[in-house]
Design a protein around this ligand. Structure first.
Ligand SMILES: C[S@@+](CC[C@H](N)C(=O)[O-])C[C@H]1O[C@@H](n2cnc3c(N)ncnc32)[C@H](O)[C@@H]1O
Length: 491
C-alpha cells in the first residue's frame, strides 16, 4: 500500500537510536481489515501503530486521558482478535475535528507487526474465497462496469493486433526504414483519441463511486483486476503501480514524464506508455515545469532590477525530485550577473543525486555562476524545526510541484506558513496542485492506485489561511490546464 507523504522522512528520520516506527493504519493494513480497537471495552478509531504502542482518536476531552492512565486494550482485524493487553497513556496530541489523539505505550507486551500483517492477509483470503468477485460486482454501478469493460476490450483487442503485427514485421526480412517504429506511430495516431475518450468516460462513470468508500474500493479493485495487468508492461504504469519507493510519483516516474518518449519492450508497451505520459496530468507536469521556469526567470529579472552590488538570487524547491526546472533555467538563461543559489529539498536521496548531477552538468556546460545545496529532509521535519534549514537569508523564490496534491488542508496550511517565514520581502512562493474536479482522475486513482487531492480554486485559496495580511495571494492555471498554482507574494 502507498505511503503518505507525511511518512516519508528523509535522512534525519532514520535516527541513531532504534525506535519502532509508527505506521498509519491506512498505510499498513489492507482496505478490508476493518480494524477495531477496544480501550476498556469502548471502540475508538485506530490511528497508527508500532511494535510498542498504538494511537487512537477520541472526541472525549483531554481530561478523560490523564498521562499514565492504564487501560485494557484489544485489537481486532477482520472481526478476529489479534492483540489483547494493557496500555498506558503516554502522549496526547490534537486530533482532527477538535478531538484528541491518544498515544498508548503497551505495558508488558508488544505488537508483533509481521504476525498482524499475516493475520490481515489471512483475513483477506478468507473474505475473497467466501465473497468472491460476484459479491462486489452486484454493488458496483453498472455504468462503471460498462466503462471498465470497454477499456478492457480496447486494451486486449489492441494488444493482440499490435503483438501480431509486431511479430509479422520482425519475421519479415528488413527492407527500408524501421517498420516497428512505423507501426508504433500508426497506432499512436489511430488510438490516441479513442483511448483518451474511454478514459474520460470511465472518469465520468467513476464519480458515482466516490461517495461510498465500500463501492469505491470495490470499483478500484475491479479496475486493478481487469485493466492494470494489461498495462503493466508499460514502464510508467508498472513503476507507478508497484511503487518500489513506497509512493507513485517518484523521480523515475517524473523522468518518464519529462522524457515523453516511446519506452517499453514491445510496440504495445511503447504505445500505451506514451499515452500514459501524454495523459493530461502527465503532460501537465511538463507544462507546469515550463510555467515554473518562466516564473523563476521573471523573479530573477525583478530581483536583478533592484541593482544590488553583489546580487545573489536565492531559490528553494521543496519536494524537488529531479529538479528539471533548475537545469532548464540554467540551459535557457546560460548566464547572469552575480550568482543564483538553489536549495533543493527532497526526502529521497536518489532524486537529489539526479537533481545535483543534471543541474551541475548545465552549470558546467554554460559556465553560469550557480550554487547548489541539496538537503535530504522531509517537510515534516522542516515544519517541526525550521532551523534545520541551513538558509541564512530569505529566499526570493520558493516553489513546490507534485507535493501539495498529497497534503491534507491543515498540514498544507502550516507548511505554507513555514515557507512564508523563509521568504524574503518582495519574494514569491509558487505551489502547484492538480485541478479538480476533472474528467481524467480515473487512470491515476483506479488503474494505478495513485491518490491525489484535486483542489478547486476556492480550496487552493483556503490553503493560505494562516498567512498574515502582508501576503498577497492569487491562483493561476498553468498552460496545460491541469494544475493550479497558488502564488504568494510577501510585501
Ligand atoms: C511527484 S514528485 C515531484 C517532483 C518535482 N517537484 C517535479 O515536479 O518534477 C514528488 C517529490 O516529492 C518528494 N517528497 C515526498 N514526500 C516528501 C516529504 N515528506 N518531504 C520532502 N519531499 C517529499 C518525493 O521524494 C518526490 O521526489
Amino acid at each position: 500500500m502507498a505511503k503518505s507523504y507525511e511518512e516519508l522522512m528523509g535522512a534525519l528520520g532514520r535516527a541513531v537510536f532504534f525506535r519502532p516506527a509508527r505506521r498509519r493504519v491506512r498505510d499498513l493494513l489492507s482496505r478490508d481489515a476493518h480494524p477495531q480497537l477496544l480501550v476498556d471495552g469502548h471502540e475508538y478509531p485506530l490511528f497508527d501503530l508500532s511494535m510498542n504502542g498504538i494511537s487512537f482518536l477520541s472526541q472525549e476531552g483531554v481530561e478523560s486521558w490523564p498521562a499514565g492512565r492504564d487501560s485494557d486494550v484489544t485489537l481486532l482485524l477482520h472481526g478476529r482478535e489479534v492483540y489483547r493487553g494493557h496500555g498506558r497513556v503516554a502522549r496526547l496530541e490534537p486530533g482532527p475535528r477538535k478531538g484528541v489523539r491518544i498515544g498508548l505505550a503497551l505495558v508488558g507486551g508488544f505488537l508483533d507487526l509481521p504476525e498482524i500483517l499475516h493475520q490481515d492477509e489471512e483475513g483477506q483470503l478468507e473474505t475473497d474465497l467466501r465473497a468472491g468477485p460476484e459479491f462486489w460486482r452486484t454493488r458496483i454501478p453498472q455504468a462503471f462496469q460498462d466503462a471498465v469493460g470497454r477499456a478492457v476490450h480496447f486494451l486486449h483487442f489492441y494488444r493482440r493486433v499490435l503483438d501480431r503485427n509486431e511479430a509479422r514485421y520482425r519475421a519479415r526480412p528488413a527492407r527500408d526504414g524501421d517498420p516497428l517504429a512505423d507501426l508504433a506511430h500508426r497506432a499512436l495516431a489511430a488510438l490516441r483519441e479513442p483511448w483518451a475518450e474511454i478514459q474520460r468516460s470511465a472518469s465520468r462513470a467513476a464519480v458515482e463511486c466516490l461517495d461510498d468508500r465500500t463501492i469505491l474500493l470495490a470499483s478500484k479493485r475491479l479496475t486493478e483486476t481487469l485493466v492494470t495487468p494489461v498495462l503493466s508492461v508499460c514502464p510508467i504504469a508498472h513503476r507507478a503501480y508497484t511503487k518500489p519507493l513506497g509512493y507513485a510519483g517518484d523521480y523515475q516516474v517524473m523522468r518518464y514524464y519529462y522524457n515523453d518518449a516511446l519506452e517499453g519492450d514491445s510496440v504495445f508497451a511503447q504505445v500505451f506508455h506514451k499515452f500514459g505520459v501524454e495523459h493530461p496530468l502527465s503532460a501537465g507536469v511538463r507544462t507546469r515545469k515550463g510555467f515554473v521556469v518562466r516564473l523563476m526567470e521573471e523573479e530573477h529579472d525583478r530581483y536583478l532590477a533592484r541593482g544590488e552590488a553583489e546580487p545573489v538570487f536565492r531559490v528553494a524547491s521543496l519536494g524537488c525530485g529531479p529538479a528539471r526546472e533548475v537545469s532548464d533555467f540554467i540551459a535557457q538563461r546560460k548566464g547572469w550577473p552575480g550568482q543564483v543559489a538553489w536549495t533543493l529539498i527532497d526526502q529521497e536521496d536518489e532524486a537529489l543525486s539526479i537533481a545535483y548531477n543534471d543541474s551541475h552538468r548545465q552549470l558546467m556546460a554554460t559556465g553560469a555562476d550557480g550554487a547548489l545545496q541539496c538537503l535530504h529532509l522531509s517537510f515534516v521535519q522542516i515544519i517541526r524545526d525550521p532551523s534545520l534549514l541551513p538558509i541564512e537569508r530569505g529566499q526570493h523564490f520558493i516553489f513546490a510541484t507534485g507535493l501539495f496534491d498529497y497534503l491534507g488542508e491543515a498540514v498544507a496550511q502550516v507548511l505554507i506558513r513555514t515557507l512564508f517565514d523563509q521568504l524574503a520581502v518582495g519574494g514569491l512562493i509558487a505551489l502547484g496542485n492538480a485541478m479538480g474536479p476533472n474528467d481524467h482522475f480515473w487512470s491515476p486513482e483506479f488503474i494505478l492506485d495513485w491518490t491525489m487531492l484535486y483542489r478547486t480554486r476556492e480550496e487552493m485559496l483556503r490553503l493560505g489561511r494562516l498567512l498574515p495580511e502582508t501576503a498577497e495571494v492569487n491562483v493561476e492555471i498553468e498552460p496545460g490546464n491541469a494544475y493550479y498554482f497558488l502564488l504568494i507574494r510577501k510585501h
